[in-house]
Design a binder for this molecule. Structure first.
Ligand code: NDP
Ligand code: MG
Length: 386
């Protein structure tokens, strides 16, 4: 029986993972769960899965969680507490499903403890990919991507020689605004922005899908996970979302990976890796698939894409700066303090004020994370004051 820790168990990926685990009776045991502030759901999950350890990021709600637990249970708090759960002795696999750069320290803690990682969080890799991947390589820690496209690329490449890869096609649906004119982006209700045509996800990634920043971040994520130059990674829109990646090899052959678009499939694969167990998850029904289409994304309509390639090529702390500024700007958008098109505008401004550090240490990346978020707040309050 594999013992599992889920960091971010109350989120979209976290709850999907618990759904997968609940159906796999006897295959997994949940030993640790963490959340930020969703006390009610974490307490309900604790009651059902009986993990040995819990942690809550928001320390101010610690007592509330203690009271909500039906049976006395060990609870840790703050990012230190989450990092402790990430490295707990009995865990075999740690699923990192926290959103944003708050995942960096717990992920590093799990790598240091030599746990097998199932990685959903992308912001940690975009910001600190070089450091994290080197750390994992030197400790022989396997990182199995859960982000659907990356899980798909991982399955296509498997143990093949990476030098033979000519191109990685990173697929995307195009998000909820693919067929909508940019002129009206800022007039759309937040609820329609959050309604993705294919995937039901957390708020931050849903906004990123609308601006297509998500796809841009995924290009950077793929470059680190698969040690590939960004010039070899091409975004291809495929609204039917059954093909999740394709790899073109040096000789012109292309290998594609297909699965029904449901996050439970990559989660199931990553948690079972290297085994391939039978599942009752939904299958692609080719009799219902009327069309399979591909398009190149419109980089003028979605300037986030060009920006991501640019910072990826520049390297250093630029990707961390872009990622953190975006994270903060998306938060302001959700609080109705910024328009949708304002997100990328403000990210560009913060990048133009940033002094790049070519070979940053982890501390320097964490400093840039804080700096970029503060800079977004400053710029947005200036905008509002006008
Ligand atoms: P959600 O917002 O739904 O969930 C985030 C989880 O992280 C929650 O458990 C939340 O706790 C916790 N969390 C949030 N902030 C903090 C913090 N500061 N410290 C500790 N824990 C925190 O996100 P998703 O599940 O949508 O996404 C998670 C990650 O996976 C993201 O990086 C995303 O890009 C990636 N991903 C998601 C996909 C999806 O289908 N959703 C697909 C591919 C990748 P609480 O509930 O208490 O706030
Ligand atoms: Mg994805």
């Amino acid at each position: 029986m594999k013992k599992i820790v889920i960091l971010g168990s109350t989120g979209s990926v976290g709850t999907n993972a618990l759904r997968v685990i609940a159906k796999e009776i006897g295959a997994f045991r949940v030993v640790g769960l963490t959340a930020h502030s969703n006390v009610r759901l974490l307490a309900a999950q604790a009651k059902r899965f009986r993990p040995r350890l819990l942690a809550l990021g928001d320390a101010s709600r610690y007592n509330e969680l203690k009271r909500a637990l039906k049976k006395p249970q060990k609870v840790l708090k703050g990012i230190e507490g989450i990092s402790e759960v990430a490295s707990m002795k009995e865990a075999d696999i740690v699923l990192v499903a926290i959103s944003g750069t708050s995942a960096i320290l717990p992920l590093i803690s799990a790598i240091r403890a030599k746990k097998q990682i199932a990685l959903a969080n992308k912001e940690s890799i975009v910001s600190a990919g070089k450091i994290i991947m080197n750390m994992a390589r030197s400790r022989n820690v396997k990182i199995i991507p859960v982000d659907s496209e990356h899980n798909s690329i991982f399955q296509c490449i498997n143990e093949r020689d990476k030098r033979d890869i000519n191109k990685i096609f990173l697929m995307g649906t195009g998000g909820p605004l693919k067929n909508i004119s940019r002129n009206i982006f800022d007039k759309l209700k937040r609820s329609s922005i959050l309604a993705h045509p294919v995937w039901k996800m957390g708020k931050k990634i849903s906004v990123d899908s609308a601006t297509m920043m998500n796809k841009g971040l995924e290009v950077i994520e793929a470059s680190h996970l698969f040690n590939a130059d960004v010039s070899k990674i091409e975004i291809l829109l495929h609204p039917e979302a059954v093909i999740h990646s394709m790899i073109e090899f040096a000789d012109g052959n292309i290998i594609a990976n297909l699965f029904y678009p449901d996050m439970k499939l990559p989660i199931f694969h990553a948690l079972n890796y290297p085994e391939r167990r039978a599942s009752r998850l939904p299958r692609v029904d080719f009799s219902k698939l009327k069309n399979v289409s591909f398009q190149i994304p419109d980089r003028r309509k979605f300037p986030s894409l060009g920006l991501c390639y640019k910072v990826a090529k520049a390297g250093g702390t630029y990707p961390a700066c872009l990622n953190s500024a975006n994270e903060q700007a998306v938060g302001l958008y959700l609080e109705k303090k910024l328009n949708l098109t304002g997100i990328v505008d403000i990210v560009k401004k913060v990048l133009s004020r940033h002094k790049n550090i070519a070979q940053p240490s982890l501390d320097e990346i964490l400093y840039v994370d804080k700096w970029a978020k503060e800079e977004v707040n400053k710029l947005s309050s200036l905008l509002q004051a006008r």
